[in-house]
Design a protein around this ligand. Structure first.
Ligand code: CTP
Length: 416
């Protein structure tokens, strides 16, 4: 079995067929997908039906071929069809369907299914050269590529009406390979990126049972890790103790002290694209923690000698190595001035400044408000919102700060 066949065996493919002359080739594609071991659910648009019949696809796939959103409404077919797909491929994809996919328009069964998809989507355009090169089509392509949709083709060659040029449907083998690759690869705007996130509040031992800690719950860092994973990034979550379940898919490195956090961050630093330090790290630790339990003794005052910990973020900022560095600034007064000072002093690209003395923001709660300051002088205020939403805003900014390294589309990013 070839590479594509291996990846496709046992997987379920939704095959969308739209109304272009190349629709007849979709029948051969359905057969090839079946031969590679996939189950195939074809969905035809009404325009596709003007070129090819549903009977052909029913025969080839062994499944009924729905074309209409108003049939079997009680089964909510557009949602069910999207949910069962491991991958979706639209071949051929007309300029019209690209416009609908880009804008989220859902006015027939296929576009309604597409609006519900959470699996990878592969698109194989086929149209006349003029339509393909039209700025509107290219803008739609750029939108879809940006959203993680994978394009295959179009190729140069013979087109309908005897014309020759760019716009011919990609070869069957190319489409199969693209579908297999989509199944194998992580998807999302941060696919291929690795981000180190720190979370929680460190604990510095006083003796065997006591520690110096802080009020951090870890919620902000865990929300960031979840958002990064949802966008396809690999995440190393260096976590001080929290009461939270780590998001599925994160590589968790459990630590307690600032020094352990420092070592864990350095251990996963090589090759990381970004570091987000949401952890509340102790600034001081007891100089001589007692091995056993320190006895209470007399009623006399007790003093604890403290020494400073290493500022992990400042250390990373001093040797950035091309990584994007995002810090947090937990403040109780004059927050923007303090935040800007930390941005500069620690060599950060972005600092998320938040007050930690409000009942609805900062430590422990599910909501937060923040001001984002960047090294270019930019300022963005995020009003009271969930930590999950703030995490999404931070990830949007991170995407803008990462050097461009898009996921290898097979179409030009620039309109020609
Ligand atoms: N930080 C760090 N290592 C430390 C202390 C802080 O990496 N030893 C990081 C935090 O993870 C955070 C940023 O530095 O991203 C700012 O932390 P914060 O507690 O707000 O400020 P400090 O730099 O500790 O300064 P101060 O306590 O005076 O406000």
């Amino acid at each position: 079995m070839d590479e594509a066949g291996g990846a496709l065996a046992g997987r379920h493919v939704l095959l969308g067929v739209t109304g272009g002359i190349a629709a007849y080739k979709a029948a051969a594609l359905a057969r090839a997908l079946r031969r590679a071991g996939a189950s195939v659910q074809a969905v035809l648009t009404p325009s596709a039906e003007r070129f090819v019949g549903t009977a052909t696809f029913e025969g080839l796939t062994g499944r009924p071929v729905p074309t209409d959103v108003f049939t079997d409404v009680h089964e909510v077919p557009h949602v069910a069809l999207a949910r069962e797909a491991d991958v979706a491929v639209v071949a051929p994809a007309t300029a019209n369907v690209l416009a609908k996919l880009a804008s989220g328009l859902a006015d027939d069964l296929l576009s309604s299914v597409a609006a519900c998809l959470t699996c990878p989507l592969v698109v194989a355009p086929a149209m006349h050269t003029e339509m393909w090169r039209h700025p509107a089509t290219q803008a739609n392509v750029a939108t879809l590529v940006d959203r993680g949709v994978r394009f295959v083709g179009p190729d140069e060659g013979e087109l309908a009406g005897g014309d020759v040029g760019e716009g011919r449907l990609a070869e069957e083998a190319e489409i199969l390979a693209a579908v297999a690759a989509a199944l194998a690869a992580p998807t999302g705007r941060l696919a291929g990126r690795r981000v180190v996130v720190t979370a929680g509040g460190t604990r510095e031992p006083v003796d065997a049972v006591r520690y110096l800690g802080n009020r951090s719950s870890g919620k902000m860092g865990y929300a960031l890790a979840a958002e990064l994973l949802a966008r396809g990034a690999e995440v190393d979550l260096v976590s001080a103790p929290t009461a939270l379940a780590p998001p599925p898919g994160a590589r968790v490195h459990a630590v307690e002290t600032a020094e352990e956090m420092r070592a864990a961050v350095h251990a996963v630093l090589t090759g990381a694209d970004a570091v987000i330090k949401a952890a509340a790290v102790a600034d001081w630790r007891p100089v001589s923690p007692v091995a056993g339990k320190r006895k209470k003794g007399e009623d006399a005052p007790v003093s604890l000698e403290l020494e400073p910990t290493v500022d992990i973020l400042a250390e990373l900022g001093a040797a950035k190595g091309g990584r994007v560095l995002v810090g947090f600034a937990a403040e109780t007064d004059d927050e923007e001035a303090h935040g800007r000072a930390k941005l500069a002093a620690k060599g950060l690209d972005l600092v998320v400044v938040n007050r930690v003395d409000a009942p609805d923001a900062g430590f422990g709660v599910d909501t937060n408000r923040a001001v984002l300051l960047d090294a270019g002088g930019g300022r963005e205020e995020v009003a009271l919102t969930s930590k999950a939403r703030l995490a999404a805003v931070v990830c949007d900014r991170l995407e803008g700060l990462l050097p461009a390294d898009p996921p290898t589309p097979t179409v030009p990013q620039e309109p020609r």
